[in-house]
Every structure is written in structure tokens, then in C-alpha cells.
Write a protein of this length. Structure first.
Length: 67
């Protein structure tokens, strides 16, 4: 799933489609991913997060919803 999310985010970033509609959490997620393919545990660590369910609810799900 993270691979698909990475591909989608990369496409958005490459096409400068990041808009004001993207939440602060999604922007933080994009910055943590950068140009790398990163697993969820590494992302959580980079972002200083420990609770997987909250990470998914507040970061991953909004990123998927924002396309």
C-alpha cells in the first residue's frame, strides 16, 4: 500500500499539484517521504510518531483521500 501511496505522491509532487487543499499532516508526510520509498515504521520514526492507528488516521488516510 505504501508503494502505491509513494507513486501517487511522487506524481503529484512532480506535477506541482500540491495545493492549499492538502492538509498540514499530508505536507508533513510528503516531506518525510521526500524522494525515497519509505516504510511506515521509518516514516513514523522520522515524524516522531509512535501510535500506528493515529498515524494511519491522521496522515495516511488523508493523503490517500487527497489523491
Amino acid at each position: 500500500m505504501l508503494h502505491a501511496l509513494f507513486d501517487s505522491i511522487s506524481e503529484v509532487v512532480e506535477n506541482d499539484q500540491v495545493t492549499d487543499q492538502v492538509s498540514d499532516q499530508v505536507i508533513m508526510l510528503l516531506r518525510a517521504i521526500g524522494d525515497n520509498e519509505v516504510g511506515s515504521s521509518a516514516l513514523m520514526s522520522t515524524m516522531g510518531l509512535a501510535h500506528r492507528a493515529t498515524f494511519r488516521k491522521n496522515y495516511i488516510d488523508p493523503a490517500i483521500e487527497d489523491g
